[in-house]
Design a protein around this ligand. Structure first.
Ligand SMILES: *[C@@H]1O[C@H](CO)[C@@H](O)[C@H](O)[C@H]1NC(C)=O
Length: 369
C-alpha cells in the first residue's frame, strides 16, 4: 500500500506542524460541530474550544484517493456551504470514541479503499468526548475527506440507561444511532450506520442503493437465531410487553450495520418509540443487553432484509478467552468483529485470530509496519 508518509519520524514532524501551524490548528469547533437546526440534542462543550494539546493518538495519513471517471462528480454542481445536502452523496454515520478510535479509523479507511467513487462519500462522526480533538485527528488522517463531527451529549441517554447492564454495552455513544434522524441535517434522508469494529471490503455504494421498500430500516436478518433469549421472562410473560410482536415474525438483526431511511424515521417518530421502551426497561427489566433490544422491539419483523454478505458478524468471538470465529458461508462484503475480542487488541498482544489478518491492512495506527 502506498502510504504518503512512510516513516514515523515524518509523522511526528507532521504532528508538530499541526500544533504549530495556526492554519491547521484552527478548525473552528463551532463550524465543525454546528447543529443549529437541533439544539436540543447537541450542545457545545466549552472545553472543545480550548483544545490545544497534541493529540495522543498517532495515526498515519491515508493514501489519497480519487473518483473513477464514471462517477458523477458532486462538488462541481453544488459548492460550498451545502455540500452535505448534495443529493449524489453517500452518507455514512459512525461513532468516534477513544476506546474504539483505531477501529473507526480503519473502518473509514476500508470504505474509501473499496469505493469506486470515494469522493462522493460523506462521513458523519458522532463523538461524546470533549477532551480529544477528534476533528483534527480525522482531518490529518484523511485530508480529502468530506465529513462533519457532531457532539452527542451523553446526558440525552444517561437517564434512560439502566445501571445494571454490562459496562461495555452501556457507553452512551452506543445509543447515538437512535438519534441520527435528529442529529443529522434534515436534507440527509438516508444514512448507513456502521459500528467501529468492522471493515468494508466491497463498494459501499451497493449497500447504499439497497431498496428498502416500505421499510425504514434495512439490515441482514437472522431468523434461525433464538429470538426469545434477547428478552427476559418478565417480558414474555406480560402481554402488555410481548404483545408488541403480535402479528409480526420477529427475527434477530445486528444493529452494527443498518441502512436507515431518515425521512421515514422522522415522519413516524421512531426515536420516541425507542425511548419509550428504554423507559419501560428502567422500571421492568425486560431485557439484559443494552442498545440492541429497543431496536428489536421497534423494528424486528419490519426490517428490509439485506444480503448477509453485508454483515459477517461475530468475528470478535465470545467471552471465552482466545476463542476465534470463522466466517459464515457465502460471499463477504463486510467483516464485523462483534463480540468481546477486537482485532487491534489481539494483534497487539501477538495472539491474533486468523481472520484478524483481514483487518490489519486497514489499520492506520502507529508508524508504518
Ligand atoms: C430459546 O431460548 C430460550 C431462553 O433462553 C429457551 O428457554 C428456549 O428453550 C430456546 N429455544 C430453542 C428452540 O432453543
Amino acid at each position: 500500500m502506498l502510504w504518503i508518509m512512510r516513516l514515523s519520524g515524518f509523522f511526528s514532524a507532521a504532528m508538530v506542524m499541526i500544533v504549530l501551524s495556526p492554519s491547521l490548528q484552527s478548525f473552528p469547533p463551532a463550524e465543525a460541530i454546528r447543529s443549529s437546526h437541533f439544539d436540543g440534542y447537541l450542545r457545545f462543550p466549552s472545553q472543545l474550544s480550548a483544545v490545544n494539546t497534541l493529540n495522543p493518538f498517532s495515526f498515519r495519513k491515508a493514501s489519497s484517493y480519487r473518483n473513477a471517471e464514471e462517477c458523477s462528480s458532486a462538488d462541481r454542481k453544488i459548492s460550498g456551504q451545502n455540500t452535505v445536502c448534495d443529493p449524489s452523496l453517500v452518507h455514512i454515520a459512525i461513532t468516534l470514541d477513544i476506546e474504539y478510535l483505531r477501529g473507526s479509523i480503519a473502518a473509514v479507511h476500508s470504505v474509501l479503499q473499496h469505493s469506486l467513487c470515494p469522493e462522493n462519500i460523506f462521513f458523519h462522526f458522532l463523538v461524546s468526548e470533549s477532551e480529544a480533538n477528534l476533528e483534527t485527528l480525522v482531518r490529518s488522517t484523511f485530508p480529502q475527506l468530506k465529513f462533519k463531527v457532531y457532539f452527542f451529549d451523553p446526558k440525552i441517554v444517561r437517564n434512560l440507561i439502566s445501571t445494571s447492564v454490562r459496562q461495555a454495552l452501556e457507553q452512551p455513544l452506543n445509543y447515538a444511532r437512535n438519534y441520527l434522524a435528529d442529529i443529522l441535517e434534515p436534507c440527509v434522508r438516508r444514512v448507513i450506520y456502521l459500528d467501529s469494529d468492522l471493515v468494508v471490503v466491497d463498494d459501499v455504494s451497493k449497500l447504499w442503493t439497497t431498496n428498502l421498500g416500505s421499510r425504514t430500516v434495512g439490515a441482514p436478518e437472522y431468523c434461525h437465531a433464538n429470538f426469545t433469549k434477547y428478552f427476559t421472562e418478565s417480558f414474555w410473560s406480560d402481554r402488555r410487553f410481548s404483545g408488541t410482536f403480535a402479528g409480526r415474525k420477529p427475527c434477530y438483526f445486528n444493529t452494527g450495520v443498518m441502512v436507515m431511511d431518515l425521512a421515514k424515521w422522522r415522519r413516524y417518530g421512531y426515536t420516541k418509540r425507542i425511548e419509550r421502551w428504554m423507559e419501560i426497561q428502567k422500571r421492568s427489566r425486560i431485557y439484559e443487553l443494552g442498545s440492541l433490544p429497543p431496536f428489536l422491539l421497534v423494528f424486528a419483523g419490519h426490517v428490509a432484509p439485506i444480503e448477509h454478505r453485508w454483515n459477517q458478524h461475530g468475528l470478535g468471538g465470545d467471552n471465552v478467552k482466545g476463542s476465534c470465529r470463522d466466517l459464515h458461508p457465502g460471499p463477504v462484503s463486510l467483516l464485523h468483529w462483534s463480540g468481546s475480542g477486537k482485532p487491534w487488541l489481539r494483534l497487539d498482544s501477538k495472539r491474533p485470530c486468523p481472520l484478524d489478518a483481514l483487518w490489519a491492512p486497514y489499520d492506520l495506527y502507529g508508524p508504518s509496519p
